[in-house]
Design a protein around this ligand. Structure first.
Ligand code: GDP
Ligand code: MG
Length: 453
């Protein structure tokens, strides 16, 4: 799902590093590459243009957040805009009405309507404990009614058997009557496939809609039809008041264009996506998750959020400026770093989120842990102010006192000081300060062998 788009977009991001502030010039080529990726994914041109205009304007006008690198900021902007264009948040079905909640499924032949009725029935029964009745008004293909009957059985929902020689409107009304009498929570109505260009059939669906007044009118749309899916949705929406879209066969659609374009162009939210033929292959559509998936950087994105939310901005600024001024990086600064690191979920949380580090062997990873970090904090806290600023004065008796105060051994203090010296040397090499470098050097900071007992 979204494999190609995800591969090409995350590739764009992998290749942007060290751009400094975001400016018209230095984002131009990135925007161009994103444009190509989106067009190749069959995202509608209108949507591509809108998306890029928004990304550009946001990238140039956003307030600089000192906690993030320009690349991280840019990634965040792209992600936000992707989410917004797909509809911001998951839209659920409106179940807060007097039952039975009538859900009408419409769409073209083969879009996945009947399959989706089964899936939705199972979903609502399992997740919301609803009592569900399904019926089919697809009298044009004898096998269609039978198909739903079987699917309903598999989904564990009830089926109202319609006789093919009855009028479509009457079947729909009878089913609704039945749902009322038997106190069903939900009535799912499957319909025959129709072309949006077929006037007679479009009138028929209008009449059905009028007769049973559904709370939800869901357009079932095949993602594989790409741009066409968007046009079909638009036409259906002019005839019927749709309340949402079920985008099917997203599992087979390697491009993903429909998922991105649909909601913006039709003004209708995608409520569910079908991701397979089996009746459990239905997912509520979460723009946020899809955007992360497309960017192929779910973990990095959550890391960015963690840094944004949890890092003490004032402290981060202080660290940055102390480094910029070329001040010696002392143990007080280090203590600040350690505390900031803990704020964003600690090393263990961080390791999980950084793809590079996540791939390291277990024995290496096990050496970087929050316990050893906490121990470092305690050792620094056992030092006097003078010792923190001038660690070189820490000799024999001071070491013994610090070890005693921190509940560690002199050997630990030694090892810690050695490590700190290495880090200080590393910090001197840092040109620009701030969280950016802190993140970049995190790997070195918690490198193999770093402070273990
Ligand atoms: P309808 O004519 O709209 O009722 O379409 P059907 O429900 O009969 O589905 C048509 C075909 O699409 C069937 O072979 C389904 O198994 C298949 N199908 C439906 N939804 C999905 C989906 O989400 N993923 C995949 N891979 N196949 C699907
Ligand atoms: Mg069908």
């Amino acid at each position: 799902m979204f494999d190609n788009l995800s591969a090409s977009i995350s590739n764009v991001f992998r290749n942007i590093t060290g751009r400094g502030r975001l400016t018209v010039d230095n984002i131009k080529d990135i925007l161009q590459k994103i444009r190509i990726s989106l067009l190749e994914a069959d995202v509608s041109l209108i949507v591509v243009n809108e998306l890029l205009a928004r990304i550009k304007s946001n990238a140039l006008n956003h307030a600089v957040n000192n906690n993030l690198t320009p690349e991280q900021e840019f990634l965040k902007i792209v992600k936000n805009e992707l989410v917004l264009i797909m509809g911001e948040k998951n839209c659920t079905l409106n179940l807060q009405v007097v039952p039975p909640v009538v859900i009408l499924m419409v769409g073209q032949q083969g879009a996945g309507k009947t399959t989706s009725v089964g899936k939705l029935g199972k979903f609502l029964r399992e997740k919301y404990s609803k009592k569900i009745l399904a019926t089919s008004v697809d009298i044009y293909r004898p096998a269609a009614i039978q198909q739903l009957k079987i699917l309903a059985e598999q989904a564990g929902i009830d089926f109202y058997s319609s006789e093919p020689n009855k009028k479509v409107i009457n079947i729909a009304k009878d089913a609704l009557q039945q749902a009322k009498i038997k106190f069903y929570d939900v009535l799912l109505v499957d319909t025959a496939g129709r072309l949006h260009t077929d006037d007679v059939m479009m009138q028929e669906i209008k009449q059905i809609h009028l007769a049973i007044q559904p709370i939800e009118t869901l357009l079932v749309s095949d993602a594989m039809t790409g741009q066409d899916a968007v046009n079909i949705a638009k036409s259906f929406n002019t005839v019927l008041p749709l309340t949402g879209i079920v985008l099917t066969k997203v599992d087979s659609d390697t491009r993903g264009g429909a998922a991105l374009s649909m909601s913006y162009i039709t003004g209708q939210p995608i409520k569910f996506i079908g991701i397979g033929e089996k009746n459990e292959a239905l997912e509520p559509f979460h723009p946020d998750r899809i955007a992360s998936r497309i960017l192929g950087m779910g973990d990095i994105l959550s890391l960015i959020e963690a840094i944004e939310n949890k890092v003490d901005r004032e402290k981060a600024k202080k660290i940055a400026s102390s480094l910029k001024k070329g001040n010696n990086f002392n143990l007080n600064d280090f203590l600040d770093h350690l505390q900031q690191l803990r704020n964003i979920g600690g090393v263990n949380g961080l390791i999980e989120k950084l793809p590079g580090i996540g791939g390291l062997p277990e024995n290496v990873k096990s050496q970087m842990n929050d316990i050893s970090l906490k121990r470092m904090e305690v050792i620094i806290e056992s030092m006097t102010e003078l010792e923190r600023i001038h660690p070189e004065i820490i000799k024999g008796s001071r070491k013994r006192r610090i070890a005693l105060g921190s509940g560690t051994l002199v050997k630990d203090v030694n090892q810690f000081l050695k490590q700190f010296n290495e880090m200080q040397a590393m910090m001197k090499k840092i040109q620009k300060g701030g969280m950016k470098n802190m993140m970049r050097n995190m790997k070195d900071l918690i490198s193999p062998g770093a402070f273990t007992r």
